[in-house]
Design a protein. Structure first.
Length: 278
């Protein structure tokens, strides 16, 4: 006698939401469990690399850099470095998503009776946990090096929230590109290298006013620059002399840019996931 087990598919809206949350949590735990299997990669991405960049720019090169409008360069640098840590996380998302898709793991998930968005939502949740940990480590290192927020805890928490919002928006770019280029390792490598020009074509390390006019205009409208400027204002750090509209409305743009990126790339990621291998 053959017994066939048919999984119960939730029918009501409430049960479907609960089903999706449970499946997302399972996938999140699965992705987080990989950290224990690859501690070296986690330590390098969340501690060694960001701290190395801070030491290089803050202490090795910082003495030769002047902040327009006055102020300590290390205070100017730290919010930019926090934001760059969020940008560098895109490569980790891209690599993890493309590796799962290339090995057939994503296809196996799609064959299971589970909520369709749970796979990429679980990936997003795990990456946000990783990014929050990286931001906490870097903030601790900055405090140990003498940096501190000057406008109180509420503004500092708001700045950290804007940084994590930027990361949440950028991770959907990583998810989409990972699903789009998983079959082409060379393309994945090429996309990962774009983290550096995107980051440097902004204001994390130098003030926009020191750039040529045409390059400064591009840097000003880089979404990263709005988050960095807003974080500097909220931390009470030097912003660098600039009289542009987008700098004056940095707090608004630091929310608007990520929401726009989410509105574009989250649906694209879901669509690409549903049409994988078609």
């Amino acid at each position: 006698m053959t017994i066939t087990l048919t999984p119960r598919i939730p029918r009501t809206t409430r049960s479907r939401i609960g089903w999706a949350i449970r499946d997302t949590w399972v996938v999140t735990c699965r992705d987080v469990a990989h950290w224990r299997q690859q501690p070296g990669a986690v330590i390098a991405s969340t501690l060694v690399f960001p701290v190395m960049i801070v030491l290089m720019f803050g202490y090795l090169l910082g003495g030769a850099i002047t902040v327009p409008g006055g102020g300590n360069y290390r205070d100017f640098l730290m919010p930019g470095m926090f934001a760059m840590t969020m940008v560098f996380g895109v490569g980790a998302t891209l690599s993890a998503v493309s590796a799962d898709a290339a090995r057939g793991v994503t296809d196996r998930f799609r064959s299971l009776p589970m909520a369709a968005p749970a796979v990429i939502a679980g990936r997003a949740a795990a990456d946000m946990l990783n990014s929050a940990a990286a931001l906490a480590v870097l903030t601790g290192c900055a405090l140990a090096a003498g940096w501190q927020p000057h406008r109180g805890a509420p503004d500092a928490l708001a700045a950290l929230g804007l940084l994590l919002l930027l990361r949440f928006a950028l991770l959907w770019i990583g998810v989409y590109l990972g699903l789009r280029f998983y079959a082409n390792p060379e393309a994945v490598t090429a996309v990962r290298t774009l983290e550096f020009p995107v980051g440097f074509l902004g204001n994390p390390f130098v003030a926009v006013s020191t750039m040529p006019a045409w390059l400064g205009a591009i840097a000003l409208w880089n979404p990263l620059s709005s988050t960095v400027t807003a974080a500097r204002q909220l931390f009470g750090d030097p912003v660098g002399a600039s009289s542009s509209w987008i700098t004056s409305h940095a707090n608004v743009m630091a929310i608007a840019w990520p929401l726009l990126l989410i509105a574009v790339f989250l649906p694209l990621s879901l669509h690409r996931y549903q049409r994988l291998n078609r």
